[in-house]
Write a protein that binds this ligand. Sequence first.
Ligand SMILES: C[S@@+](CC[C@H](N)C(=O)[O-])C[C@H]1O[C@@H](n2cnc3c(N)ncnc32)[C@H](O)[C@@H]1O
Length: 284
Amino acid sequence: MKTKDELAAEQATYWKGAGGTMWLGAYDRIQRGIQGFGEAVLAAANAQPDERALDIGCGTGGTTAALAAAVGAKGHVLGVDISEPLVAAARAQGLANTAFAVGDATTWPFEAQSFDLVFSRFGVMFFGDPVAAFTNIRRAMKPGGRLVFICWRTPPENPWAAVPMRAALPFLPPIERPGPEEPGQYSFGDRARVERILGQAGFTGLSIEPVDLMLNQGKDIPSVMQNIGDFGPLARAFKDVAPEQIAKAKEAIAEALKPYATGDGVKLAGACWLVRARVDQRRA
Ligand SMILES: C[S@@+](CC[C@H](N)C(=O)[O-])C[C@H]1O[C@@H](n2cnc3c(N)ncnc32)[C@H](O)[C@@H]1O
């Protein structure tokens, strides 16, 4: 079994390298797909003028920019992310009243009790030691501060990812799946695990709500197929696989997507948890 440090190091290597590069390359398509989930979590965060906010795993800073606009000139937003290339893209936006830091949110020396709001869109599922990470984050929050993030539910509840993967599997070597306590895209799919982690990290007032939306993967199947396997679990599954096997897997994916093609795009269901918690007024 891998240690928490080994898991964290693996994630850091991935996001600083291949994961960051693929996220950047596929960002426009990813952003289109997850737009509805992003709007839901930003609305729930309800950032207010003058607030100090922290965007965890901010990536290229799309949500950091939205938070910065909401908190206004007298507010401030810090985006933290472990991936240099993604933070470089975030910084290139030249946002006012915003700073970015490259580092692991688990150990980053945040100023104690300084944030009204801690936010994340899909940036909190990759910690080697999530209790340590959320404890560090909680200490950075003001008493009464709020934590609001969105994360994926389980793979079977997310056909947008599961349908292509299931179609490709017969053409690929066996895939190593993360264990239930290991970081990864679906590591917060189990609601009880999220409750346990946040409880152990000292959060209160926990609310975990499902958000179910359709993800538009592209205008038609050929356009979806142009980028399929460029990012995420499929990209990892295609790594080191012979080109002819990848071609067969892609043919199977295109076939499996046919039932989801509509006049308005190729649409598959996606399922997330919208998570809210607070830091107790008396203890931070
Ligand atoms: C799925 S991406 C989401 C990016 C961004 N929030 C968005 O919605 O566009 C996950 C992000 O978490 C970052 N990340 C992973 N582990 C991290 C850690 N331990 N500390 C800070 N950021 C981390 C990755 O580098 C990546 O940018």
